[in-house]
Design a binder for this molecule. Structure first.
Ligand code: PEP
Ligand code: MG
Length: 754
């Protein structure tokens, strides 16, 4: 049975349109369970009817014509109950409804199974038999299993079909495609499709007699490429830090590495011409990386191919034609390489969309660093068909809209303009405090991790950096940065923000963030080796980082160190011990460091309940609502199947946060929130009312949240909180909070909420 099931699903996936898929389904199911009839009814929600879409056994002429009102007949019963209806003698059943057009009079045995996708009944799969008989439990479970699989296939086929219709420009419904990760923001523009470098594999081998000339030709290409990388790095100079531009160093390093250049030179010496030698070398290394299990290491394969293609273009003097880019580019591809991204003039690059890629790919990090909205992992996207089409990138809902209808385009244009206008209008708040009309003050801080946003933070109305995600620098490198390199970086960050505080978080890798050069393969990475657990198990790495942070205090006094993922008192004790050790060593060496403030992130439920002890061991607490929400609700923050369940306004999350804030207040230690929640208007309102001392968020949200704080009396917010804490549903809390903001004239903030 399982084989049959697999085969049917495979066959359906190979079909081109829904009709073909449904016809195939009915024929195959009928044959598989040796029954007399198999039909599919699909729901037409606009008319409230089930339509016979395909049948093998009933009259073909009835297809498309027979319509049953929702709830009508045994088919309607299966759909409305959302469960199988298995009846021995259908005509004798009270719900049976005879439809002459189908010619179903002779059939008695009936099994109708709803086709359900994400709680929505898409249709009903029906099998019928001439004799009176109940389908066996095995047959029923076969049809049920198939219907469950079909729901996914039908969805895929429908999407493919809509995309096909794009070619005829007759798309009536707007087509939204969902991705798995994004960089926030909205963009509307023209798709510019970039293709992976396929030409590489086609380069032939060719014998040569003059390896020296060929080798020197190759060396020249390498030198020219190095110079070009330098130029691209310059272009990004104002946007990214020297550290973050280390990506170019990574490419430069690949160019300087034995593997790529020497490998090619050796093959040239052995008698192959340069392009052939390069192809063989690049593919050899790219394949090694491509076959690795770790997704981050696989991404290196893309880097190698990208770089190899650039060299090949040079050797063949077919350098990337200077592309003409429209004014509003949405760069789109199966996979977008860093150099394809950098090829677009920054002022024209409005958005990014790719079939593959996760939120932590190099390109994703760069997109965030550059403030470009992006959606990654859009598995249904057929980039080949979309060049030149109008596309909306919605990084808030992690969706891409292809060829928006005029009304939708207008709506998005309005939202984009309003966003821009709102940020212009709010500029005057930049130097004003985040203080309620009745005098309650909060501090607003920035979340950062790339150099570009630190520099921007200095002038954007924040009073410090509340979360500096140090791991982002580690991602953009090919190895762990050394003490010297880190110390230079941290000193620069402190200097830029001086005298405002900077909270440097120690390495928080693992979970969804493994490093390319430090692969961790685990069944349950979010419950595995991550954050402080890695730091404590690798004290060499941890102490290097701590020493580097401490060395930054020689010149500046604004350092706070933040420890991520603390889940027990023992862990914190060990981490503090290592910190004391690092301090003592540096002092012994005569380095005049200052003692920094130290805090913990509360993002694991166990830390919530041990907060009384933990808070007394440190100077401050920062609540990581992103992880706290996922751990409290048992909802993976990156899994789109359960995305609807992920809401930091869930009453349990709010209770936990309120408890932590209260206990920190009792202990006399400041407490902040640094997860995405801090920048979400409805949540910020609730957090302010809870009495949090500071909120740390992405720069784009700072002025909006400041506007909110300056518009609402603290007392009113507290009354509102009292009401919120009696509610038992996240959606209701969000609705009430948004309503409250609306009443206070803040509807402008609500568009970009969850
Ligand atoms: C958090 O978990 O809320 C947080 C700020 O940390 P990160 O998102 O980096 O895991
Ligand atoms: Mg976290």
């Amino acid at each position: 049975m399982l084989d049959t099931l697999r085969r049917i699903v495979q066959d359906i996936n190979a079909t081109r349109d829904l009709d073909e898929a449904l016809h195939l389904i009915v024929a195959e199911v009928k044959a598989a369970i040796h029954t007399d009839v198999c039909s599919v009814y699909m729901a037409d929600h606009t008319r409230g009817e089930h339509v016979l879409m395909a049948t093998d056994g009933l009259r073909p002429g009835a297809i498309g014509k027979v319509r049953l009102k929702f709830g009508q007949g045994l088919t309607g019963l299966a759909a409305s109950r959302a469960e199988p209806v298995n009846v021995e003698n259908a005509p004798a059943h009270p719900a049976f409804r005879y439809i002459a057009a189908t010619g179903e009079a002779p059939f008695h045995g009936f099994l109708g199974v709803p086709i359900i996708r994400r709680r929505k009944v898409l249709g009903v799969l029906v099998v019928q038999q001439r004799e009176q008989r109940k389908y066996t439990p095995d047959e029923e479970s076969f049809v049920v299993t198939l219907a469950a699989q079909l729901a996914g296939c039908i969805n895929q086929v429908e999407i493919r079909q809509s995309l096909e219709r794009l070619d005829d420009d007759v798309l009536s419904d707007t087509l939204f495609l969902e991705g798995v990760a994004s960089a926030r923001g909205l963009a509307l523009g023209e798709a510019v499709v970039v293709f992976p470098a396929t030409a590489m594999g086609l380069v032939p081998d060719k014998d040569i007699d003059n390896p020296e000339t060929e080798a020197s030709r190759f060396r020249q290409a390498v030198a020219a490429e190095l110079a070009e990388l330098q130029r691209l790095s310059e272009r990004m100079r104002l946007l990214l830090s020297p550290g973050d531009r280390a990506l170019f160093d990574a490419y430069a390093m690949l160019l300087g590495s034995d593997s790529l250049v020497n490998g090619t030179l050796e093959r040239i010496q052995a008698g192959n011409w340069a392009p052939g030698a390069l192809r063989a070398t690049v593919l050899e290394y790219a394949n090694i990386f491509a076959e690795m299990d770790d997704p981050y290491l696989r991404e290196r394969a893309a880097d190698i191919l990208d770089l190899g293609q650039r060299l090949l273009d040079r050797l063949q003097e077919a350098q990337a034609v200077n592309r003409h880019y429209p004014d509003h580019v949405i760069l789109m591809g199966e996979e977008i390489s860093v150099s394809q991204l950098l090829d677009v003039p920054p002022e024209k690059l409005k958005g990014l969309v790719s079939v593959r890629g996760t939120g932590t790919s190099h390109v994703a990090l760069l997109a965030r660093g550059l403030g470009v909205p992006a959606v990654f992992g859009v598995s249904n996207l057929p980039p080949g068909r979309l060049h030149g089409r109008e596309v909306v990138v919605d990084g808030y809902t992690v969706r891409v809209c292809i060829q928006p209808s005029p009304a939708l385009r207008q709506e998005y244009q309005k939202l984009i303009a309003q966003e821009a206008e709102l940020s212009r209008d709010l500029q005057h708040l930049r130097d004003l405090p985040a203080e309620t009309p009745d005098g309650h003050r909060l501090e607003l801080h920035a979340n950062s991790g790339l150099f570009a946003d630190i520099a921007a933070a200095r002038n954007s109305g924040v009073q410090g950096v509340g979360l500096y995600r140090s791991e982002l620098h580690f991602f953009l490198r090919d190895r762990f940065p050394g003490e010297e390199e880190q110390a230079t970086l941290y000193t620069r960050v402190l200097r830029i923000m001086d005298p405002h505080p900077v909270v440097l978080r120690t390495l928080d890798i693992g979970g969804d963030k493994p490093l390319p050069y430090f692969p961790i393969s685990e069944q349950n990475p979010f419950l595995g080796w991550r954050g402080i657990r890695i730091s404590l198990d690798q004290p060499d790495l941890f102490k290097t980082q701590l020493r580097a942070m401490l060395r930054a205090t020689v010149a500046y006094s604004n350092l706070s160190i933040l420890l991520p993922m603390i889940s027990s008192v023992g862990e914190l004790r060990e981490a503090l011990e290592l910190l004391r050790c690092a301090e003592a060593e540096l002092r012994e060496d005569g380095v005049p460091i200052q003692t920094p403030r130290v805090g913990i992130m509360v993002e694991v439920p166990s830390a919530v309940y041990q907060i009384d002890t933990l808070v007394r061991m440190v100077d401050f607490v920062s609540i990581g609502s992103n992880d706290l929400t996922q751990y409290l609700l048992a909802v993976d923050r990156n899994n789109d199947r359960v995305a609807k369940l992920y809401d930091p306004l869930h009453p349990a999350v709010l209770m936990a946060i309120r408890y932590v804030i209260e206990r920190c207040q009792v202990a006399g230690r400041p407490v902040s929130v640094c997860g995405e929640m801090a920048g979400d208007p409805a949540s910020a309102l609730v957090l302010m009312a809870m009495g949090v001392d500071s909120l740390s968020m992405n720069l784009g949200s700072v002025l909006k949240i400041k506007w909110l704080i300056r518009s609402i009396r603290y007392e009113a917010a507290q009354d509102f909180l009292a009401e919120v804490m009696t509610l038992d549903h996240a959606a209701i809390i969000r609705e009430r909070a948004n309503g409250f903001l609306d009443q206070h004239g803040l509807s402008g903030l609500l568009r970009v909420g969850k």
